[in-house]
Write a protein of this length. Structure first.
Length: 415
């Protein structure tokens, strides 16, 4: 069995927030904290700042001798990350009179973490938060679970560190509680989570916080709510000290206030551009650009390219109803990758007609003045018409009889 190239490549580059099609919206910590606060979840007091002056004013408003300063990027591992300017760590507890110095180094910088990818993420916002006197730290998450067919609560009596590390070192400390989406968590299930966390304060109040987090998950159409750490303060109250929330893109029409907060600067600009054209694009690290209709065929195309000794530069599914302008946009997106040395177009026409693809290829080749070889394999609806359009265009396109032939020609074109 051929293992999917996309899966292999994603694993090689994971955990990179910049890689992978955006199926759900991620928000920054300060944005998530506000949504949680509005949902009745206890969160630390904090103020977002976009300039050094705003950061100094925020620290003054907090009014303590020390504050927590946090870089806001859509990637985990910020505390152990490193800025490209040399500053170590994206999260610090500092003296209030140090805020100006730290803010000036963080804002406008690029933070590289284990989950950001080697290019890192731009820091355009920082969060100034009140330093909390935390007694215990836990891990808490709610996510959709395929095996149980609904939400799954994951809790651990230890938090503040990677749950992957905890799963490896202390798997017995992690509990999983599947929830019936139709009824929500029962009192017994809430009690099980409270027990799993090892709460030492008011158990009833802790249960109410868990219910608030679950209601947030459902009411806001979340794909994930991860609180790490979910902490216990000196008074025994549960506080969501840090959180990551994912929102289902399919619910954007009814969660407009949430989705309007999307930060496109944290995403691959090619994926953003593809989304505007209703195309599915994933940037990879090869040199053969791919334009295919249908996710399954796209995966197969990449696998065959790899089998023939090549390396795909992207996954790009134009879908079943693309028009000429979308095809042209697809070529533009593919060619923005300087690593692309050839483009393979593999279309099996059903709903998507081969003549429409052919017209898009011709228009894109002429308007973009493509300087890389373009290998085209067409099959299906209106294939003869499509092939005639390509032949009469006078363009130097490479025709292929089938997928294997196309892959071989693409690899040979850059040899």
């Amino acid at each position: 069995m051929i293992i999917s190239t996309l899966a292999r490549t994603a694993l090689r580059r994971a955990p990179s927030a910049s890689v992978g099609a955006v199926r759900y919206l991620n928000l920054h910590e300060y944005q998530s904290a506000q949504i949680m606060r509005d949902s009745g979840v206890n969160v630390p007091f904090g103020i977002a700042a976009h300039t050094t002056e705003e950061a100094v004013a925020a620290a003054k408003e907090i009014g303590d001798d020390e504050v927590v300063i946090k870089s806001q990027i859509l990637a985990g591992g910020r505390g152990l990350g490193k800025f490209t300017n040399g500053l170590q760590g994206g999260v610090h507890i500092i003296k209030t009179d140090e805020v100006e110095d730290y803010a000036s180094k963080m804002l406008g910088g690029t933070l590289v973490t284990k989950q950001s990818g080697p290019a890192g993420k731009p820091v355009n916002t920082i969060l100034l938060a009140k330093k909390m006197n935390l007694k215990k730290e836990f891990y808490f998450a709610i996510m959709l679970d395929r095996s149980s067919g609904g939400p799954l609560i994951i809790a651990c009596s230890e938090g503040g560190t990677s749950i992957e590390d905890l799963a490896e070192s202390s798997p017995e400390k992690i509990i999983k509680v599947p929830i019936d989406i139709r009824t929500g968590p029962s009192e017994a299930e809430i009690e099980k989570v409270v027990d799993g966390l090892g709460v030492s304060g008011d158990r009833a109040a802790a249960g109410e916080q868990i219910k608030a987090l679950y209601n947030l998950f459902v009411d806001k159409d979340c794909t994930m709510v991860e609180v790490n750490p979910l902490a216990e303060d000196a008074d025994g109250n549960l506080v969501a000290a840090d959180a990551k929330i994912g929102f289902d893109d399919n619910a954007a029409f009814r969660q407009k206030d949430v989705h309007e907060q999307r930060d496109h600067t944290q995403e691959d600009p090619r994926e953003v551009a593809a989304g505007k054209w209703d195309l599915n694009y994933i940037g990879l690290d090869g040199n053969i650009g791919c334009m295919v209709n249908g996710a399954g065929l796209a995966m197969s195309t990449m696998d065959i390219i790899s089998l023939r000794g090549g390396s795909p530069a992207n996954f790009l599914d134009v879908g079943g109803s693309a028009n000429v302008d979308q095809i042209k946009a697809a070529f533009e997106i593919i060619t923005t990758d300087p690593a692309v040395k050839a483009i393979l177009v593999n279309i099996f026409g059903g709903i998507m007609k081969c003549d429409i693809i052919a017209e898009g290829i011709v228009e894109a080749s002429r308007s973009l003045k493509l300087e890389v070889p373009v290998i085209v394999r067409l099959e299906g609806t209106n294939v003869e018409k499509g092939q005639e359009i390509l032949k009469e265009s006078g363009l130097d396109l490479i025709s292929a009889n089938d997928l294997d032939d196309a892959a071989q020609k693409a690899v040979a074109a850059i040899a």
